[in-house]
Design a protein around this ligand. Structure first.
Ligand SMILES: Nc1ncnc2c1ncn2[C@@H]1O[C@H](COP(=O)(O)OP(=O)(O)OP(=O)(O)O)[C@@H](O)[C@H]1O
Ligand SMILES: [Mg+2]
Length: 237
């Protein structure tokens, strides 16, 4: 008799439970819950000011969750400092880019390098333009080139989970495409879980496995990208 194939097992990596967070006197996250599985590529959408960056910043410990809990690979990270969160295996490419403008590309990468599979050689393979511009100050580079530096810095931490906050913003169409391709490659080849906040809905749905929409401080929609109707998303933006 033919054996029945095993169901695909999935492991929850990030478990966000009922978190509340305040920013600038506003109650931004109002009981938000979300889980992300190991190896998954999740895109997070929502209107301007919905709380997407606050969500990523709360995971990083840059904004404190007033209520609720966060766990990563089964360990409670709710009260960890940001360096401890990074050490646990989570990296963020922030909306305000995380690099030193008055240092060269090479120095920025050297400062970010850690022991692990992703090293400066890997970065040069992913972004040959950065290999050619080792000595250039990041502050003198284009928006697209800076975005590659920001992404490289986050990758050099050798994260298990990489979060990107609107990585395609302000980039010309071919660079948006390149950022999506590289993010997809990082997810597939390195098995790194991805949470990508995006405003380019069409491109985000093409590359991600699942989509979550933030609305009124909570997750208002959470579906496989294969099952979602873009109109459902538009109705929440
Ligand atoms: N520096 C700040 N000072 C005061 N309030 C802030 C500040 N940053 C964010 N907020 C408040 O937090 C809310 C959520 O902001 P957040 O940056 O998380 O939104 P977002 O979904 O990332 O928006 P965008 O798509 O514009 O990046 C905003 O509506 C705003 O009221
Ligand atoms: Mg934002």
């Amino acid at each position: 008799m033919k054996s029945i194939s095993e169901p695909k097992t999935t492991t929850v990596q990030l478990d966000i439970r009922d978190i509340h967070a305040r920013v600038g006197g506003q109650h931004v996250l109002q009981g938000l819950s979300l889980t992300v599985e190991e190896g998954e590529f999740l895109t997070v959408l929502g209107h301007n000011g919905a709380g997407k960056s606050t969500l990523l910043r709360t995971v990083m410990g840059l904004v404190r969750a007033r209520e609720g809990s966060l766990s990563f690979s089964g360990a409670d990270i709710t009260k960890l400092s940001t360096p401890q969160v990074v050490n646990s295996g989570i990296s963020l490419v922030p909306q305000q880019r995380g690099y030193f403008e008055n240092l060269s590309v090479g120095d920025n990468l050297d400062l970010a390098a850690t022991d692990g599979r992703i090293d400066i050689g890997t970065i040069h393979e992913l972004f040959p333009a950065l290999a050619e511009r080792e000595k250039q100050l990041v502050g003198t580079m284009s928006g697209g080139q800076r975005q590659m530096v920001a992404l490289s810095i986050a990758l050099l931490a050798n994260p298990k989970l990489l979060m990107l906050d609107e990585p395609s913003v302000g980039l010309q169409p071919n660079l948006v495409e390149r950022v999506m391709e590289v993010t997809d490659q990082i997810n597939r080849e390195y098995g790194i879980t991805i949470i990508m906040v995006e405003q380019n809905i069409e491109k985000a749905l093409r590359v991600a496995h699942r989509v979550a929409v933030v609305n009124r401080g909570r997750i208002a929609l959470n579906k496989s990208t294969a099952d979602v109707n873009p109109q459902e998303i538009w109705d929440l933006l």
